[in-house]
Design a protein around this ligand. Structure first.
Ligand SMILES: C[S@@+](CC[C@H](N)C(=O)[O-])C[C@H]1O[C@@H](n2cnc3c(N)ncnc32)[C@H](O)[C@@H]1O
Length: 283
């Protein structure tokens, strides 16, 4: 991220969610606040998205990861989770649509500059701040998440759900693993959902070229992708940390779950969304 400036990729992700509401009628991920938080009108958002047809794949991936995370959070709530942390929240609107009201406490953690900008957008859009929400400004690369959360009233004895969407690729591996180790250390268990990508060297040639051009674009925004994972190694390291149950949807599983009618061969490399929990092991 550029020092002291809000995340440009957070804006891009929010525009994708808004465009998904208009172009695909929110079919994968319905978010009634996606346009509101941007102060955008449907026609302009749709037009901007249609000017870049190559953005469709990313738009749908962003819709899928949000849907997967919110479905997993709803399931965790059903099984007793009452605390959630949205890590690197950007313009995510879950906290303002929280279907569980005061029964689910939500902490929104983000880089201070992005969070200040979001709070201004929320005010501009007259989106009320629910009593269940606490903002926690943190720079993952420079500060300890545990300390900042504790100071904000986070209860580490509560079973907690962490969503961490569109953030891991931008962080150095040390920051990723220290955050995952913190989530795994909670005494009464945690769930985490995050997304990641296969290493570029493992992509087929044509896919690697389009990956590289997207990577150049985000790097030009000052937010380079620096972390990738090879799935088997990632899973082994998560198990090592104490995660017992892991559900990893790679490109082929994403297509079969969310786009079952799609024709053609299934890609087996690209973006993944993963859910891991420490809870079963403790039962
Ligand atoms: C691509 S955006 C994703 C935002 C949101 N989760 C979404 O899906 O729309 C990346 C987010 O990571 C946050 N981020 C990047 N580096 C960070 C850091 N070092 N500390 C805290 N947040 C960071 C940015 O502020 C931004 O909100």
């Amino acid at each position: 991220m550029q020092y002291g400036k809000p995340s440009r990729t957070a804006l891009a992700a929010a525009c994708h969610r808004a465009a998904h509401q208009v172009l695909e009628q929110g079919r994968i991920f319905a978010d009634p606040l996606a346009l509101t938080i941007l102060g955008a009108d449907a026609q302009t958002i749709a037009q901007q998205a249609e000017e870049k047809p190559s953005g469709r794949r990313m738009r749908l991936f962003i819709a899928v990861r949000a849907r997967f995370a919110e479905d997993a959070l709803a399931a965790a709530f059903e099984s007793g989770t009452r605390q959630a942390v949205v890590l690197g929240a950007g313009l995510d609107t879950y906290a303002y649509r929280n279907p569980f009201g005061n029964r689910l406490r939500v902490f929104e953690v983000d880089h201070p500059a992005t969070q200040a900008w979001k709070r201004q957008l929320l005010e501009n859009a007259a989106i009320p701040l629910p009593g269940s929400l606490t903002f926690v400004p943190v720079d993952f690369e420079r500060e300890t998440l545990a300390r900042r959360l504790a100071a904000a009233g986070f209860d580490r004895t509560q079973q907690t759900f962490f969503t961490w969407l569109g953030v891991v690729p931008y962080l150095k591996q040390e920051a990723v693993w220290s955050t995952l180790a913190f989530t795994a250390s909670l005494p009464n268990g945690a769930h985490v959902v995050f997304d990641y990508a296969d290493p570029p060297a493992s992509l087929p040639t044509e896919m690697r070229a389009s990956h590289e051009s997207r990577a150049r674009r985000v790097a030009a925004l000052g937010e380079a992708w620096v972390t990738y994972f090879e799935p088997e190694r990632l899973h082994a390291e998560l198990v090592e940390l104490g995660f017992a149950e892991i559900e990893d949807l790679g490109p082929a599983q994403i297509v079969s779950r969310y786009f079952p009618g799609r024709a053609g061969s299934l890609p087996d490399k690209g973006g993944h969304v993963i859910r891991a929990t420490t809870i079963h092991r403790r039962k």
